[in-house]
Structures are given as structure tokens and as C-alpha cells.
Design a protein around this ligand. Structure first.
Ligand code: RTP
Length: 155
């Protein structure tokens, strides 16, 4: 378990249309930046119905699925790829519970939202889905692999 937690992972985080409409893009990016994760990809993007359906394919049978697709395609989203040790689970913690009323204060959803159907942000739920979703939302050439310059006293 300890070894698994030390793996460098990547996760797909997305500011949903309500987050963009409400001017929360900077605030949301900031949470992941300040935490110390590495930003590998970032773009504003209007997604198609087909892409939204592929992204949420595991939820296809749910009654809320059509509304979820309408919501995600209702305006531009901000797509992000973040890298770091344990970033998948940590991003989910920073985001908070799916239902914003149950999300802890201090989390993005807990601080900034009320409704499940307007919960401002998405984060991949596993390292496999992190890879899958980054490949789905970004084209080759839109992802930058880079290494931050280390302050010498931290080496
Ligand atoms: P996300 O994929 O967006 O990060 O959300 P999640 O893992 O926390 O939740 P998930 O179960 O994957 O659901 C995806 C999104 O669908 C909407 N939803 N509505 N009962 C409902 O009305 C309902 N349940 C889920 C939410 O926007 C949720 O984030």
C-alpha cells in the first residue's frame, strides 16, 4: 500500500460549465497548484455530446445520465491534466464528496457549491481512468512533460 501511494500518477480534472460561468476557474486551478501538483495540460474547451457520453460511459444506465450530458455540454469546460505522487486520490480529496452538501468545508465542492447537478469540478476516480480521460480530452502535443527546477537546499 505504501509503495502504491508513492507512485507518480496523472489525473484528469475538469472545471464543469457552472464553474466556468461562475468565474471559479482561477480559484480551482489554484487549489491544485498550491497543493504542489504539476500541471501538464490546460485548455478551455466546448465538448461534444459524443465526448461527454464517452467520458461518462460508466453512468450510461442512470436516470440522471441525459441531464448530466446536457449539463456538461451546456458551455465550455476547463480541462486539466495534473501529475504527482498519489495525485488521483488526493485530487478527489481536494474536490470533496459528489454531493456538495456532504462535501467537507475546505474542499472545492464543500466551499463553492450546493447542488449535485452543479458540483463545479470533476476528478478521475482511479489511475487507469486518469490515463483514459487525459487521452480522451487532450490531443497529442497538448500535454507537456516538464520537471520543476528544484531549490538546491531541498535536494
Ligand atoms: P465526477 O465524475 O464528476 O468527478 O463526479 P463523481 O465521481 O464525484 O460522481 P459520479 O458518481 O461519477 O457522477 C458523475 C456526476 O454526475 C452527477 N450526478 N448526479 N443522482 C444525481 O442526480 C447525480 N449523481 C451524480 C454529478 O454531477 C456527478 O459529479
Amino acid at each position: 500500500l505504501v509503495a502504491a501511494m508513492e507512485e507518480v500518477e496523472e489525473t484528469y480534472v475538469m472545471v464543469k460549465p457552472d464553474g466556468v460561468q461562475r468565474g471559479l476557474v482561477g480559484e480551482i486551478i489554484s487549489r491544485f497548484e498550491k497543493k504542489g501538483f504539476l500541471l501538464k495540460g490546460l485548455k478551455l474547451f466546448q465538448c461534444s455530446k459524443e465526448l461527454a457520453e464517452e467520458h461518462y460511459k460508466d453512468l450510461k444506465g442512470k436516470t440522471f445520465f441525459p441531464k448530466l450530458i446536457d449539463y456538461i455540454t451546456s458551455g465550455p469546460v476547463v480541462c486539466m491534466a495534473w501529475e504527482g505522487v498519489g495525485v488521483v486520490a488526493s485530487a478527489r480529496k481536494l474536490i470533496g464528496a459528489t454531493n456538495p452538501l456532504q462535501a467537507e468545508p475546505g474542499t472545492i465542492r464543500g466551499d463553492l457549491s450546493v447542488q449535485m447537478g452543479r458540483n463545479v469540478v470533476h476528478g478521475s476516480d482511479s489511475p487507469e481512468n486518469g490515463k483514459r480521460e487525459i487521452a480522451l480530452w487532450f490531443k497529442e502535443g497538448e500535454i507537456c512533460s516538464w520537471v520543476p527546477v528544484q531549490a538546491p537546499w531541498l535536494r
